[in-house]
Design a protein around this ligand. Structure first.
Ligand code: 13P
Ligand code: SF4
Length: 304
């Protein structure tokens, strides 16, 4: 922590001077998560916070689609991305043309797009979802057939939980979660039978079936908090376990994890840089933002 202390101090002083807040995703490294974030959470919690928070500036300690979502919900605020290259394999997997392709294939079916998409894709969709509310949103659609984009695995996991719907999907995936296999999980369990295995729903369905629980990043924290297992393996991004291990000292976090190269582009140095220079302001075309806001707001209203 000694190496981080000067950055943490400078960032926290500049935040006050600029009336800025830092929204930190659960996958940020511990010095960002614990050291400088004003609010931490999953994608849904951060989107809700972006809309509510009173500040002139939001620094998005997360990936680009999250910053766009903040800008869409709070167009009057300045939204800064510490690194504009912090993307997401899911967001990169589909454009607005892809949404139109799906609509042509399944006429009349509503399009539920994961928040891990660009503003253009959100604008072309009917409603958004996150991993914490996807099943609830799909179940609330009137049509029997529901199009989910762009995460094929989240869609298949939702289809299992909402069997009354015919869920059709786009073939995108998260490069972090698609790497896990049921064989890995079963092998790990064989040697660690007492360990609770907790997976994110961006993992393929066989991985979820082999796990004890599946949930969004905040769902994972809730599960650990409520169950306090002696040992836990978090089948998700590596920083999750690091961030919560202090809060649950009685839980031993075991097993392999995968890093998100996009999330890991965010550092204290880059956060400080944007707060000093006010560079990397995220802009969304107002016409697109207006349509995208409807999709995000519908999701927030249905999730309350
Ligand atoms: P949640 O935090 O909403 O579970 O999403 C995880 C994720 O992959 C964000 O990139
Ligand atoms: Fe995208 Fe996966 Fe990284 Fe999340 S963890 S930002 S879904 S690539």
């Amino acid at each position: 922590w000694a190496v981080y202390a000067p950055y943490v101090k400078a960032i926290n002083e500049l935040k006050a001077a600029r009336n800025a807040v830092i929204l930190g995703h659960n996958y940020m490294t511990p010095e960002i998560y614990h050291g400088v974030s004003d609010f931490v959470g999953d994608s849904l919690q951060l989107a809700i916070k972006a809309a509510e928070v009173e500040a002139d500036v939001i620094v998005q300690a997360g990936v680009h689609f999250m910053a766009e979502t903040s800008k869409i919900l709070s167009p009057q605020k300045t939204v800064l991305m510490p690194d504009m290259e912090a993307g997401c394999s899911l967001a990169e997997s589909i454009t607005a043309d892809g949404i139109e392709e799906m609509r042509a294939k399944y006429p009349g079916a509503p399009v539920v797009s994961y928040v891990n998409t660009t503003a253009e894709v959100k604008a072309a969709s009917d409603i958004c979802c996150t991993s914490s509310n996807a099943a609830q949103i799909v179940a609330a659609m009137e049509s029997d057939t529901v199009i989910m984009t762009p995460d094929q695995y989240l869609a298949q996991n939702v289809a299992r939980d909402v069997p009354q719907k015919n869920v059709v999907f786009w073939p995108g995936s998260c490069i972090v979660h698609e790497q896990y296999t049921a064989e890995d999980i079963n092998e790990f369990r064989k040697w660690n039978p007492e360990t609770k295995i907790i997976a994110h729903p961006e993992c393929p369905p066989p991985v979820i079936a082999a796990s004890d629980f599946s949930g969004s990043t905040s769902g994972i924290i809730r599960f650990v908090s409520e169950n306090r297992p002696k040992q836990a393996m978090l089948v998700t991004e590596c920083s999750m376990a690091s961030n919560i291990s202090d809060e649950f000292p009685e839980v031993e976090f075991l097993g392999p994890c995968n890093m998100c190269p996009y999330m890991k582009k965010i550092s204290l140095e880059k956060i400080l840089y944007v707060l000093v220079t006010m560079d990397n302001q995220v802009e969304v075309d107002p016409a697109i933002a207006e349509k995208a806001r409807l999709s995000v707001q519908r999701m927030i209203d249905l999730s309350r």
